[in-house]
Design a protein around this ligand. Sequence first.
Ligand code: DHB
Ligand code: MG
Length: 223
Amino acid sequence: MDQETFSAVDEFVAATVVAEDEALRAAVEAAEAAGLPSFQVSPPQGKLLQMLVRLVGARTVLEFGTLGGYSSILMGRALPEDGRLITLEANPKFAAVASASIARAGLGDVVEVRIGPALESLPGLEEEGAGPFDLVFIDADKVNTPNYFAWALDRTRPGGLIIADNVVRDGSLAEEDSDDPATQAQRQLHETLLEEPRVAATTIQTVGVKGYDGFLIALVDGA
Ligand code: DHB
Ligand code: MG
């Protein structure tokens, strides 16, 4: 098995069970045209996020890392009319591209893009009394994943989900001596969960158009 096969399968899945519509394609094209990195979740992964938002009956979603708004649009569409998704983006240019794509998708009233490093946006959310959240998707600067997770854990309702992207990192998650700070951050998050009674969690390895990676899914059970 090789990357070519993984990509071919993702493309087949994307052309069959996971059909992208015009607004999603436009979001990808706008991000490409503006020179954004193409780190957005793959279509099959995005569909899973969307289904998880529906499954938990989420009304309130928080996303760390907007990029071009692809996952924001998918999750935003799964919310009820009075639902709300707040998405945090450090890069003002990315945020502008995302806001335009989100508006084009008709989700301007549901999805709010907040500009600034997430750790600096969190006190503002706190002051507004944002949350508790039903689902939190962490997909921003990877060294801070454990910090975002810790913040989210205190503010996600029992029965809610916290999902972290890019935790497997080409398998380096298993390398105790990895010199990559982003990998060490994912290791630290996993080790923390060993002693965290409030969640039931698992990590699923993935292959596809985005190579070999994986995501962590934590169900908050409020123990
Ligand atoms: C990168 C970031 C992502 O969120 C992702 O899914 C893949 C790669 C990156 O920064 O390299
Ligand atoms: Mg990611």
